[in-house]
Design a protein around this ligand. Sequence first.
Ligand code: HAM
Length: 437
Amino acid sequence: MTDAAKTATPAAAQGALQAVRGMNDILPDEAPLWLRLEDTARRVFEQYGYRFLRMPIVEPTPLFVRGIGEATDVVEKEMYTFEDKLSGESLTLRPEATAGIVRAAIQNNLTYERPQRVWTHGPMFRHERPQKGRYRQFHQLDVEALGFAGPEVDAEQIVLLARLWDALGLADSVTLKINSIGDPADRRAYREALTAYFLQHFDALDDDSKRRLSTNPLRILDSKNPEMQSLIEGAPRMLEQLGTEARAHFDGLRKWLDLAGLVYEIDTRLVRGLDYYNRSVFEWVTDRLGAQGTVAGGGRYDGLYESLGGKPTPACGFAAGMERLVLLLRETGKTAALAPLAYLVHQGDAAAALAWRLAETLRDAGYDTVLHAGGGSMKSQMKKADASGARFAFILAEDEARNRSVTVKWLREIGREQQTVPMDGLSAWLAERALSV
Ligand code: HAM
């Protein structure tokens, strides 16, 4: 922050308009990290054959009510729902991507001939209480495999995420949890067992859980209330009550994950907050972001097509929270490659013209170069070079202009001598040092 900005009256105090609470700008300082995340994710998803699609941000409200489930937090209290002024139709800003993708797949017969691997990214909207890692407009990377029944795609998506963490330098910061919540019949039986258990301990339930006991007792397991934890600990476990098919599916998932050499924890309490799941559920979590530690979550949803009016189609997917990943990249210092390779400072008219041409030549060769603009002393230009995060300052003052050379200063490596390099040979000099394009 500049000194001027520090002492300036906040814009809000001057009556300037503000963004909606919990909905943030992504400013140029932060954007490169977002773009790196998007580019890396796209490369990894494409490696596995996932193809991009994009759906509308607004959908008819019943899509989410039927898709996500009436008794979920998202549908009960977090949706931005409004009436279309002309048609009177109830519309909702999408709180997640899966329901919209399945709607698009049914409407466009996407999975009529063959299964499809697809992915998307973009803003989602939930009216939650904003805090670090939790926003009202947030962004997801969302990946779905539509029309695949076997556990190998569940495993594929988990492995794909492991590859993404690797590519982002986050592999040491996240861990994997998996569980199976069985098929609907298993879950009905489990629900009864769970209801019976919690009814026996009704007085120990908090208000939220008492309410959930009749609407969705599985969600009680998700309670963060510390006073409920020992009661939850003693509850019957879904994993012990899986039917034969769900059991085989879970064993299959574990086999494929083991084959990939992935380490995971089986978390029998993992239930996820949306109602469409069956069988596999998984989350990648970090302990570096406080309460909002889930960076990606998903699972199988074999019944969603049917609840949205489509033909029965097995499917599996996940979404990763981009704000949380950006926070995690910052938290772990994985912000490299955000800076240009070089910052070109220059003094005097002759040097300015040469610097202009040199900057273009360097860019032609693939080297990201910022050309100083706005004049100023060498000292102030060097300060800007440093602040840009560039690895090199290339200096072109009167002497250099006369000699057609450049003084190269290493800005990040302490103790490296500055060097004089002929202007024409600068790209080659960079290439020799195998500096990345
Ligand atoms: P979800 O668990 O609701 O699942 O969200 C997935 C991820 O989005 C979370 O793990 C978190 O990283 C991020 N996220 C959710 N809410 C917020 C928020 N308010 N602020 C910031 N980040 C947030 C789904 O949305 C499913 N559609 C995932 C899925 C895809 N399942 C199958 N296919």
